[in-house]
Design a protein around this ligand. Sequence first.
Ligand code: 6R9
Length: 650
Amino acid sequence: MSNESLANLMTEERRFAPPAELAAAANVTADAYASAEEDRLGFWAEQARRLSWETEPTETLDWSNPPFAKWFADGTLNVAYNCVDRHVEAGNGDRVAIHFEGEPGDSRSLTYADLQREVSKAANALTELGVETGDRVAIYMPMIPETVIAMLACARIGAPHSVVFGGFSADALATRIQDADARVVITSDGGYRRGKPSGLKPAVDEALTRPGTENVRNVVVVRRTGQDTAWTEGRDLWWHDVVDRQPAEHTPQAFGAEHPLFILYTSGTTGKPKGILHTTGGYLTQASYTHHAVFDLKPESDVYWCTADVGWVTGHSYIVYGPLSNGATSVLYEGTPDTPHQGRWWEVVQKYGVTLLYTAPTAIRTCMKWGDDIPARFDLSSLRLLGSVGEPINPEAWIWYRQNIGGGNVPVVDTWWQTETGAIMISPLPGVTAAKPGSAQVPLPGISATVVDDEAKEVPDGGGGYLVLTEPWPSMLRTIWGDDQRFLDTYWSRFEGKYFAGDGAKKDADGDIWLLGRVDDVMLVSGHNISTTEVESALVAHPKVAEAAVVGASDPQTTQAICAFVILRGSAAEDEGLVEELRAHVGKQLGPIAKPKRILPVAELPKTRSGKIMRRLLRDVAENRELGDVTTLTDSSVMQLIQKKLPGAS
Ligand code: 6R9
C-alpha cells in the first residue's frame, strides 16, 4: 500500500438486532467485554477453566521474550481427553459426536463413547508403530470420521499432526512431509468427490519417492473406496489391520500446555509454505471458548455443521477441537455441495436438523448463482444461527444467506481469523451485537485488534489502513516450524510490538472493523488506494452478478487500472450493454474512481480449496504474464477458460 491510506468508499446502513429469544438465553452476554476489558489475563485464566487440566496452570501468560508467547505454561492436560473421554465420564457417552454423511449417501453416527474407543485404538496402534511423543505424523485424508480419529489419536500421544489437504498434489504433500520430517503418514485409498472415487494413496506413494521423505517408516491406509491400491510391503499397513485389533482402552498422558499440538501449512503468495505451529493449552482454550461464544452452542440440543475441509484451519478449530471440546453433536460431510444435485447441502441440513451452520462466502455466492428456488425446496427451519469465514462476505451475499438459508430471522456471524491466530478473533456475538452485513465488527472479549496507518498510528473512526493485533492471545501461533526468523520477519517486523495480519481494514463511524482483503491485493489507482473487496461487493450488489474478483493491472496512465472478472447469476445474459451497466453501477455505489476499466464475464474463478479467490493469477492474466504457481488451485482448467475469454487470445 502507498502512503495514501485506504479509501473508504462503501456505506452500509442495514442493521440486524439479535433475535430476542436468542439474546435472552445467549451463552455470552455484553458483560464479557467489560470483564475482559478490566482484566484481560484474568478473563483468559477463567476461560482456561472450561478445560480439564491434569495440573491447573498458575501462570496465565509469559510474555518475557516477545513475540514468543507461553500461555498457561505450568499447566498440563491431554487434548483428546478433553475432546472425548471427559464427556463420556460426565455421562454423555451416548450423545452423537459425529453424524457422518458420505457423498454417495452412506452415513454413520459415532457417539462420544464410540469415539473414545476408536481414538484409543488408533493411539495404541500409533504407539505400536513406534510413534513417540514429539514425532510428527502427516495426515492426508478425505472428510471421513477416521480423519478426526487420527488427529485425536495423535493429540492423545503428544505426536503433532500435520494435516495436508486431500486435494493437494504429491509435490505439495512431499514438501510438507519434508519440512515437518514426518515419521508416519495416515491416508486412505481415496474418497468420493463429484460422484466418483478419487485416489489419495498414489500421491503418497509418489511423494515418498522424493528425497527428504526417507524418515517416513509407515503409511497407514484407511479403506474408503475399495479402489485397487499399490502396496509397499513392510511400509504400508491397512488401518483395519493395525487399528481394529488394538485394545479399546488407552490411558491419556498429560502434556505441558506448550507442547506442540499441530503444524498446519499456509501457502502464502510467495516462497515455501509456512508451517504454522500451534500448541496445546492456549489453543484449546480459545478454540473452545470462541466456539461456545460465537456459535452460542447448546451441546444438549444443537446440531452443528461446519462445511470446511479438515485440511484447512477452520476444520481443525471448528470441526475438531472447538466442537468436540464442547461436547457438540456435529455433521461431517464428505463431498461437494452439488453432488448428486445442487440442493445436497440443504438436504443434509433437513436430514439432521442442523441448527448452527458455518460456511464460507464462496459457497454462499455459488448458491446464489444456482438460484433461490433450490434451498426453498428444503425445510431449513431448524437453523438458528449462521456463520461465515474465509473472506470478506459481501453485504449482498450476507443478506441472501440470512434470507434464503436463515429464513430472514437468524443472526449471521462474520468471523475474521487466520491459520496463524488459531481461533476466531473478530466477530459479532450473536446475542449481543447488532449485526452489519459485510463487517466482522468487533474483537471478541479478551482480544485486542485495531487498524493502523503506515506510521503504526491507530486510525480514527472512518479511517482505513492495516489490521493489527496489539496484545498476545492464547491460540496465537508460537512460531513458524523450524524458522523463528521468518516468524519475526513475517508478522512482527512491520509494526513494532504489534502482530501484522496482512489484511487491509477500515473502521466505520461507530468504530466497527471492516476487512478489505489482503494488503497485497489493494489497488493503487491515480494515487488512491482502493480495496478489491469494496469493488467486488459493489459488483455483487448488482442483480445480474453472483461473484466478482477484482485486480489492479498495471496501467501507464493511472498506475493500476481496475480489472473485474464477474460470474453472472443463473438467468442473466451477457449482452451488449452489460459491461457499461456494471461500470455505471459501481460508479454510482462507490464513486467514479472505482469504476472498473475492464469487466470480463467468466464461468468460474480460480480458488484455493478453502474458497479464497487467487487474485494473483487473475493479475497474471490481466497483465498478459505467464501464470505463477497454480498448485494450490482446486481446478487448474479454470485458468485456461479465463485466458481464452481475453480479447486477443487465440
Ligand atoms: C480462517 C481462515 C486467513 C485470511 C485472513 C483474511 C481472510 C478470513 C475473514 C477473512 C474477511 C473474514 N479472512 N476470514 N477476511 N472477513 N471473516 O480463513 O484462515 O486460510 O489462514 O486465511 O482469510 O484475509 O487473513 P486462513
